[in-house]
Design a protein around this ligand. Structure first.
Ligand SMILES: [Zn+2]
Length: 556
């Protein structure tokens, strides 16, 4: 028997005697490392824990590397309204949407002066010249600071940069105090109104314009995607499942819903890191990156066709290339990657693939239909209820007197509860009276999830939650075939991954929340926060990223 030199005498003796060999590896307590010089916080839009789980074995580049760090495969966007704006508002504030104030992508505000009372989460509805279509981006609705804001308050030398495919992702992760913020406009990256493009962003936009001006042939179909390649009809004459992102020159819609888009966002992030010298100063800097293509692809093509498979392969590659270039720069960086919400496949493919009870949203839950039913029941007329229709918040018209308002809300609750797709209708008072969420997010009740999304001033008079497995799109013929937003785990569960060079790997299958990311990263960079609990200003808790002892979190 040939024995390698490294095998200890004791192990040789144990082998000879047939005794079990005990591994000599020990997890020695490491001295507290210096804080990383750069935090790279990445949100992959609509990256469900289910997608992560499905593709985990096939990642070979960036997403493989992150799995060598600390892996929480079941993180939770723990609240009920699992949409992009609330989801991004949790990641770097450490607060659930009930405390960020970002209860949904949009909500009804009957105090605004314009005719359209549905306001968008990151717009200023009263800005001069603003309309609902041509809105003015703003963070006025975000009630809490982000990690970047806290870092700058502690040390103004800290640099904070935010980039994303969507304005709401860049804004909610970036926060109010930062150095640069960019998101995709209609033809290139832009910032707040009136912010001139820097020479660097101009150059990046020119490169994208050149790329956009060319036809793109269909992308290669990787070996692992071949089994996904079959059509599923989602509306008469409309099929998904076999797409490969071929596009005509100038087609920005397909560009945005393709892996090219994430590559463009990462290219901007990488050049900003270099240009702004992030990670090169005396203190830790932060860049947040919102990769939006995954969500556009999920909405346009669903989650189980060639489209999402090609996206997963390319996301892995683009992240791998991005990290490789960061490695070359020599910066000591730490990555946290998560998502703003999960997602669900299109009802037709769910049904074709063993989930026979999957359905599309009942068009009978539209605001118009429910208003008509409530009018018939109460004898009242006019716009009695304001809502976007379907699941979510419903508001009584504020012009109603107290008696009529009660009549309308009672009738609406009855009509909505009678719909076969409705799981539950909570009233404003019921949610207000519920205790603050606590305990493992995997075992919360629907009422607790609703509480996590509840803002007493902004939330509706009624909250409608649908039964599981309902695709929240009634008509799949108009370009959107699937979605998210429900209180069910396929929409709430997202991976939470932390990676830094030299980090001891571990995986923790128990649920944690995305609100835990902020205090966890604060501890990594030595940023002091008030002790957790009521009045702390954040809902999350620091998670120990040190595989052994001691803890990477401050003693509380
Ligand atoms: Zn999203």
């Amino acid at each position: 028997m040939r024995i390698k030199g490294l095998l200890s005498l004791a192990a040789v003796a144990a082998l000879a005697l047939g005794a079990p060999v005990v591994a000599q590896q020990s997890v020695a307590p490491r001295p507290p490392a210096a804080p990383p010089k750069l935090l790279v916080v990445i949100s992959v839009d609509q990256y469900s824990a289910d997608l992560f789980n499905e593709y985990r074995p096939y990642y070979t580049e960036g997403l493989k590397r992150l799995q060598e760090g600390v892996v929480f495969p079941k993180g939770y966007q723990s609240h009920a309204a699992t949409e992009t704006c609330p989801g991004h508002s949790t990641i770097l504030t450490g607060n659930r949407p009930g405390h960020t104030g970002i209860i949904a992508n949009s909500w009804v505000d009957q105090s605004v002066t314009r005719a359209e009372k549905i306001i968008y989460c990151s717009e200023d509805p009263e800005a001069p010249g603003a309309t609902a279509r041509d809105y003015v981006p703003s963070l006025m609705h975000l009630r809490v600071p982000t990690l970047g804001g806290r870092m700058k308050a502690a040390n103004p030398a800290a640099k904070v940069v935010s980039v994303a495919g969507k304005d709401r992702a860049a804004l909610m992760m970036g926060g109010k105090t930062l150095d640069q913020i960019w998101w995709w406009g209609s033809n290139g990256f832009v910032s707040y109104r009136g912010t001139p493009l820097t020479p660097l962003v101009t150059r990046v936009n020119e490169a994208i314009t050149r790329r956009l001006s060319q036809d793109m042939p269909a992308m290669d179909l990787p070996e692992i995607c071949k089994s996904h390649d079959y059509p599923v009809e989602v509306a008469p004459g409309v099929s998904i499942g076999t797409g490969r992102f071929a596009r005509k020159a100038g087609d920005t819609r397909i560009f945005r819903a393709s892996p090219e888009f994430d590559a463009a966002i990462l290219a901007l992030a990488e050049t900003l890191i270099e240009d702004q010298k992030l990670g090169r100063g005396a203190t830790t800097d932060l860049i947040s990156i919102g990769l939006s293509a995954n969500d556009y692809i999920g909405h346009t093509f669903g989650t189980e066709g060639t489209e999402m498979c090609i996206q997963q392969v390319n996301l892995d590659r683009s992240l791998g290339a991005f990290f490789a270039r960061l490695d070359k720069s020599g910066i000591d960086y730490m990555v946290a990657l998560t998502a703003d919400h999960g997602g669900q496949d299109a009802a037709e493919r769910l049904r074709a693939n063993g989930i026979e009870d999957a359905q599309r949203l009942d068009p009978g839950l539209s605001t118009k239909t429910i208003n008509a039913l409530v009018a018939a029941k109460t004898g009242l007329s006019g716009e009695l209820l304001l809502a976007e229709g379907g699941p979510g918040d419903w508001y009584a018209n504020k012009a109603l007197n107290a008696a009529d308002r009660k009549k309308v809300l009672d009738a609406a609750a009855e009509v909505l509860r009678a719909n076969a797709q409705v799981a539950v209708v909570f009233t404003h008072d019921e949610i207000a009276a519920a205790p603050e969420p606590s305990g493992p997010p995997e075992s919360w009740s629907l009422l607790t999830e609703a509480k996590a999304s509840f803002d007493p001033e902004r939330s509706g008079d009624l909250l409608v939650l649908l039964k599981p497995r309902i695709t929240p799109v009634s008509d799949a013929s108009r370009g959107v075939v699937a979605g998210h937003g429900s209180p069910w785990d396929y929409d709430r569960r997202v991976p939470i991954l932390f990676w830094r060079k030299g980090m001891q790997h571990f995986e923790q299958p128990m649920g944690i929340e995305t609100v835990d990311i902020m205090p966890t990263l604060a501890a990594q960079i030595g940023l002091k926060l008030p002790a957790p609990g009521p009045g702390a200003g954040y809902d999350g808790r620091c998670r120990d990223l040190d595989a052994g002892s001691p803890s990477s979190c401050p003693a509380q």
